[in-house]
Ligand binder design. Sequence first.
Ligand code: SF4
Length: 385
Amino acid sequence: MRTIESIQTVYIEESIKNGLAARGVLERLPNHVKVQYTNSPKSILQERAQKGKSSSKDELMIYRHKGRFLSGCPGSDGMMCCQYFVLHLGQGCLFDCHYCYLQSFLNHPMMTLFGNLEDLFAEVNQKTLGKKNFHFRIGTGEYTDSLVLEPWTGISSHLISYFADHPNATLELKTKSSHVESILDKDHKGHTVISWSLNPSCIIEAIEEGTSSLEERLEAAAKVQKAGYRTSFHLDPLIYFEGWEKEYHLLIDRIFDIVDPCRTAWISMGSFRYTPALKEVIQRRFPEDELTRQGEMIQGIDGKYRYFKTVRQKMFRSIKAKIESVDPRLFLYLCMESRKTWKDVFGFIPSSAKALDSLFEERRKSLESSIEPSLELASSLSPPS
Ligand code: SF4
């Protein structure tokens, strides 16, 4: 696993150095990390961009974000959407998944965090507090990993405490790390779901560079369940390879050897997809990879390439059946897939994003109304080997 120890320098914008985020970072940073204050974060980011590296994992920039923090998930043109919201916390990631779309999306290689948390909270208050009849699902893992930097930043801990007082929102923290120790004792009031993107170990080892192993992620998931959090899992991107079916079925077995399905809020499936720009980066950076060469791919109306429909359907159906054999009540959905694929895999098409969102809402209410039977069960399930 790549650790945050690889970060050697943290830049902090002068104007936010006394804010909540920067103070937390300064308290946590080990002595060997150089801290530099700057009045001009943009010029440093531009200078790194000009150097042309596609990623830089040894520097972190914490600066004032002047744009919006909360927005609707951009989804993908023509694909079924679920009314998810994205909370922007920064950009870039310590990990280096070969398929990561950030490689073609970011215009500078440096990891950044938005340090003006006070502005973030004010914006979220303003956008959500008045809407008591709507339940927001809000995730922070769109442009970065939600927990990989947590030991040195504490930012997700601030978010967990903040959302604990928001009964009309669920915060989802998505990660491929196992950095959960510092959030275990947070009073989350059930308003935060911790989620992991998972793939079979052979895929993690080959193309999810620097991330925690499958066993480390599942061990972390069992810990947060014990601490009362709900978990969720994203089987995304599903990768097609010889022997995929057996490996994905083993993965499902392993997940539920370790975590409690009754404390699993939802599971998504999404097939590997890429834009032409991302394909170019993947082939340049990882010339040995079969990723963009394995199986035939077809371009969808959103411009992204995916496996042929028949291949995707076969994968989704097989994995869905396997998950249902563990517990048919588990809540499953497809991410960035067409209405046609929904129909082929689930036998129905949600009539709208709102209708799909209402299924999430039903699931949330049913989990909330069930007595907490599972804390005991979670601790009695077999520990990871
Ligand atoms: S963990 Fe997520 S954000 Fe980080 S490199 Fe992998 S895909 Fe990208």
